[in-house]
Design a protein around this ligand. Structure first.
Ligand code: GSH
Length: 222
């Protein structure tokens, strides 16, 4: 039995939840609050003191990208070909860098200041807007339609789906769906990922979920 431990949010765990669903491994979605997390951290249970963490038959694994690679290696979500697997890694790390741009704004306590900082990031030429431009460019240039040019969707596609659309859910003050407006290739990517059977089943009835509505199959169809 595998146990994924994280907060109730999508954050850095949602891509792992999706990958676990696709893997068919037996797994449990363990949701903790901040005091339960602090207890785990203080008892030195977490390898790097942070969540997500995955309990596995071999021990406990931290770092969202490492967990994704681990699951990916047990499924079709990480290709066997070494070059393609390296390109998947490259995309995974670049997507993680994009998410870290948002993380930098968490330390701003004043809400108006935080919103102002985020508006700069998402406006044309801002760091987040530029990241989305690059994702679109990569998808346009991919011969297969998947971000790392793999034959099948990879953990990088799953992470792109979770992070790229998670960011525009309305859950982050100052950021809304205008970040994806006019980026049709991303919307096409959304349709293809959200129709993967395991992903479709996971989100089809989550329309009312204030965070996860962005993952529903028809989230952006007019
Ligand atoms: N590089 C790590 C970052 C993990 C991380 O920042 N986790 C946050 C939640 S998203 C956390 O555990 N925060 C608790 C705290 O800082 O007190 C990863 O990708 O897993």
């Amino acid at each position: 039995m595998y146990r994924l431990i994280y907060f109730s949010s999508a954050g850095r765990a949602e891509a792992i939840r999706i990958a676990l669903d696709i893997s068919n491994l037996p797994w449990e979605n363990v949701i903790v609050d901040f005091s339960e997390y602090s207890e785990m951290r203080d008892s030195k249970k977490l390898p790097w003191g942070l969540l997500p963490a995955l309990e596995t038959p071999s021990g406990i694994l931290s770092e969202s990208s490492a967990i994704l690679r681990y699951i990916g290696n047990m499924t079709f979500l990480n290709p066997d070909d070494e070059w393609l697997a390296a390109k998947v890694d490259e995309c995974l790390d670049a997507i993680s860098d994009m998410s870290n741009i948002l993380t930098e704004t968490f330390r701003i306590n004043d809400v108006d200041e935080k919103i102002a900082a985020r508006k700069i990031l998402v406006s044309p030429g801002g760091k987040l807007s530029k990241s989305y431009d690059i994702f679109c460019e990569k998808l346009e240039n991919s011969k297969t339609g998947w971000i790392a040019g793999t034959e099948k969707p990879s953990i990088a596609d799953i992470r792109l789906f979770s992070d790229c659309f998670g960011l525009v859910s309305g859950n982050y003050d100052g950021i809304d769906t205008s970040l994806i407006d006019g980026r049709d290739i991303l919307l096409d990517f959304h349709s293809r990922v959200s129709s993967i059977p395991e992903i479709y089943s996971r989100y089809k009835d989550m329309k009312e979920d204030s965070i996860r509505w962005v993952y529903c199959p028809d989230a952006f169809t007019k």
